[in-house]
Every structure is written in C-alpha cells, then in structure tokens.
Design a protein around this ligand. Structure first.
Ligand SMILES: Nc1ncnc2c1ncn2[C@@H]1O[C@H](COP(=O)(O)OP(=O)(O)O)[C@@H](O)[C@H]1O
Ligand SMILES: [Mg+2]
Length: 212
C-alpha cells in the first residue's frame, strides 16, 4: 500500500485554518482517500493535556518549545506515523512551522535549537520511516490586524491569542521565512479574501499535487 500524505495547515490565529480543514477532508474523501483530521498542540490524550497547560499557564519560550515538541513526539508516534503507514491522508491544524513562527520568530527563541529539536523529535529509529514532515503545507497568510479583528468577533482569546499586533507581525514574518526556505512544500493561500475565494485557492493547491 502507498504511504499516505501529510498536509499541515499554518498561519496566525484567526487566519482561517480551522474554517477550511474539515472542508478539505470532505473534498479528499469524495476523491476516495481515507482522511485523519488532527491538530497541534494536541492530537493524543497526552498531547492534549500538554496543550491545555501550554495555552493556560505562563512559561518561558524554552518551556513552550519543549512542551510542544514533547506533545509532537507522542502525536507522531501514536497517530501520524501509523495513519501514514495505513495509507491515510493526515490533515493537521498546525505543525512544526508553527513552533518556528511562534517560539522562534514571535518569542525570539534560538532557531538552531528548534532545528535540533525538530531533528530529534521527527527522526528516530522508532519512527521506521526516518524523518517525518509534511508533504504539503497550506499557509493561510493574513495581516495581523485582520486576524485580530476576526478573533475579536469570534472567540475568547487564549494565552497566545492575547499577544499584541507586533507579536503576530513577527509570527507572520516567521512563516514567510519558513515558506521561502521550503518553496516546494509550502503553498501560500491569500487568506485576506472572502471565504469562498480562499477555499478556491485551497482546492487549487491540492489539484496542483500529482498525488491528490
Ligand atoms: N476569509 C474569511 N473572511 C472573513 N472571516 C473569516 C474568513 N475565514 C475565516 N473567517 C472567520 O474568522 C474567524 C477565525 O477563523 P478560523 O478558521 O478559526 O482561524 P484559525 O483557525 O486560523 O485561527 C472565524 O470566526 C471565521 O469564521
Ligand atoms: Mg483554528
């Protein structure tokens, strides 16, 4: 059986990730694929418990990075790698690019240390595939002001969402840097458009893949 495909959804809080992930799951199922929807931080009982701590408790950037990578390790081992082995499509709401964008660009934490953690957590003998990373990353890009307005209209802010516009501006730049470093993996979705127009871009991004 073919190995499945791993698609991550990225972008600042309020960019539109969650608005499109279920629709893409349905679109892929209609094309005959088996789809597993999941998210980070989280995705397993352990990682969801870490997510609650991460989103509620004050902590420094190193602690944030260690918590999200600890959860990611469990998520990869318990959910993502087995689903890919079964040939499923894994759609993940945020993955490691978010750690580089938030803890790296947003908090100013050492990118070299994050790159080391990425290697340790996503490559190991127990993960028989070697290094696991997304095949495709949909980056929902919107200005920080637009995302803040959407969030304010939609929901109560969590610990990260209470950060200011400068923080989200840095996170957005962090995503732009990750996209520039991996242009074959990233597709930038212009999220500052009507939902239907954003959805068209998501479909086009998938239609551009030989395997979708
Ligand atoms: N293209 C869009 N135009 C206007 N509002 C949007 C658009 N996309 C999403 N929203 C709204 O903005 C809010 C945040 O969207 P959401 O998908 O939860 O973002 P994220 O998951 O990236 O944080 C939601 O209330 C959603 O309905
Ligand atoms: Mg969301």
């Amino acid at each position: 059986m073919n190995r499945g495909r791993f698609i991550s959804f990225e972008g600042i809080d309020g960019a539109g990730k969650s608005s499109h992930i279920a629709a893409l799951a349905e679109w892929l199922r209609a094309r005959g694929h088996r789809v597993r929807l999941t998210r980070e931080p989280g995705g397993t009982p352990l990682a969801e418990a870490l997510r609650s701590l991460f989103l509620e408790q004050p902590m420094d950037a190193l602690t944030e990075a260690l918590l999200v990578f600890a959860g990611r390790r469990d998520h990869l081992a318990q959910v993502i790698a087995p689903a890919l082995r079964r040939g499923e499509f894994v759609l993940c709401d945020r993955f490691t690019d978010a750690t580089f964008a938030y803890q790296g660009a947003g908090r100013g934490f050492d990118l070299g240390v994050l790159a080391q953690l990425e290697q340790w957590v996503q490559r190991s003998p127990e993960l028989a595939e070697g290094f696991i990373a997304p095949d495709l990353t949909l980056w929902f890009d919107v200005p920080a002001e637009v995302a803040a307005q959407r969030r304010a209209a939609a929901r109560e802010a969590d610990r990260l969402e209470r950060e200011d516009l400068d923080f989200f501006g840095r996170v957005r730049s962090g995503y732009a840097q990750r996209a520039a470093a991996a242009p074959q993996r990233f597709v930038r979705i212009d999220g500052h458009q009507a939902i239907e127009a954003v959805w068209q871009q998501v479909q086009q991004a998938l239609e551009g893949q030989t395997w979708a």
